[in-house]
Design a protein around this ligand. Structure first.
Ligand SMILES: C[S@@+](CC[C@H](N)C(=O)[O-])C[C@H]1O[C@@H](n2cnc3c(N)ncnc32)[C@H](O)[C@@H]1O
Length: 386
């Protein structure tokens, strides 16, 4: 299958603020970083690398395998450029695919028209070669092709992930105001916690931060649980390579590593949900779940990380009430968490200021379109107020 052979460019999109962490993850898989942009990282590798990235990346959104790059000034040239590609080697004649795109070309007013031309080229080619044609439509749960068309530069990718890699399949019910798993992993990675000292996650909600921390510290790849990826719908796809990769990754996990992770929430329904999610993720016995006000969260001796994601007004809770919560959070840090580094993730700077401590570091992220910040507060005994 020439389209899947050799080394190709591989693009991994991500949300703002995450690219430097993603570059680190890609290098950890022994792949080069060719380009790091605000919302994507480009590497190069063979199709085996694509499988590895799908399995191991904690904060990338999807893994795009470049199929071709050419020039097209209008939709006819786009069609003509796509027709010679051996699509019949990728898509079963009775298969299903979808096309998505980012288009900035003066002749195209509606992306759907560009998508349609891509679909036409694929279907016409397969019909000519095989006498039958695959189905296409909007569903992303089979094969997905991505068109990037800027000016006259066309790049066409196979989206090997399909649904976003944030979907790890451990969170069936996300609860209220959950963090995307990829963002939660990025926050844990930024905190630097990898298993040394305790990891405390007051206001844990559905448990995403605590679960991602446990997966990281036990070296469990985030893609181990997930059952379906787009690449599995490729024609002649053999499961063996994927199974071998997963088995190798399973051998490298550290199931016996002792960890101290405590997750608490005032809402019993959230604690129930978080516990179920953790069990599904295979880290249920690692995390201690406690139903309590955040200020009553046990703080073991020996230091570590306290990471929390309080509500920040735009979705839940009234701002005045929340100001009190953030003030109390600052008091909790100062009075109870000496020896820890506290981290607060929020999308409301006015509320962040209520914590009353001077942040040592601040990192910008994006949560569902809302600019957010992760601020760190190292808590030495006798921390100075801001
Ligand atoms: C924004 S959500 C956290 C979402 C979480 N990061 C996730 O991914 O699901 C905030 C959580 O704080 C909890 N909460 C609010 N006030 C609290 C308090 N005083 N003590 C403990 N938990 C509280 C809420 O029940 C809610 O689950």
């Amino acid at each position: 299958m020439p389209l899947l052979e050799g080394r190709h460019q591989i693009v991994v999109p991500c949300s703002p603020g995450i690219a430097p962490l993603l570059s680190r993850e890609i290098r950890a898989q022994k792949l080069p970083v060719l380009e790091e942009l605000a919302t994507s990282v480009t590497t190069r590798g063979d199709f085996h690398a694509v499988l590895k990235l799908n399995l191991h990346l904690r904060c990338g959104q999807r893994v795009l395998w470049r199929l071709a790059a050419f020039k097209a000034e209008d939709a006819d040239q786009l069609y003509a450029g796509l027709m010679p590609l051996p699509w019949e080697e990728l898509i079963p004649a009775d298969g299903y695919f979808t096309v998505t795109s980012i288009v900035d070309n003066p002749t195209i007013r509606d992306n759907r028209f560009a998508n349609l031309r891509v679909k036409d080229a694929i279907v016409d080619r397969i019909r000519k070669r095989c006498g039958r044609r695959p189905d296409s439509g909007p569903r992303r749960d089979r094969l997905v092709f991505y068109l990037f068309w800027r000016g006259d530069e066309v790049r066409i990718y196979l989206d090997t992930s399909g649904p976003t890699l944030a979907r790890r399949d451990y969170r069936l019910d996300p609860g209220k105001a959950p963090l995307r798993e990829t963002l939660a992993a990025a926050l844990v990675l930024t905190s630097g916690w990898e298993g040394k000292g305790s990891f405390l996650n007051p206001m844990c909600g559905s448990g995403t931060l605590a679960i991602e921390a446990a997966l990281l510290a036990r070296n469990i790849p985030p893609g181990l649980l997930r059952q379906e990826y787009s690449f599995q719908f490729l024609k002649d796809y053999k499961n063996r390579e994927w199974r071998t990769l997963k088995a190798e990754a399973r051998r490298r996990t550290r199931p016996d590593r002792r960890l101290r992770i405590i997750a608490s929430d005032i809402d019993p329904a959230m604690i129930r949900l978080a516990r179920e999610n953790a069990e599904r993720a295979g880290v249920g016995e690692v995390i201690e779940f406690i139903e309590c006000d955040f200020a009553a969260t046990p703080v073991p001796e020996g230091g570590g990380v306290v990471l929390c994601n309080p509500e920040y007004g735009s979705r839940l809770g009234a701002e005045e009430e929340l100001k009190k919560t953030y003030r109390r959070l600052g008091d909790f840090f100062k009075q109870r968490a000496a020896g820890y580094t506290a981290w607060v993730f929020s999308g409301n700077p006015a509320l962040m200021a209520e914590v009353g401590l001077r942040p040592a570091q601040r990192f910008k992220f994006d949560n569902g379109g809302i600019p957010c910040e992760l601020a760190s507060y190292p808590l030495y005994s006798g921390s100075l107020p801001a």
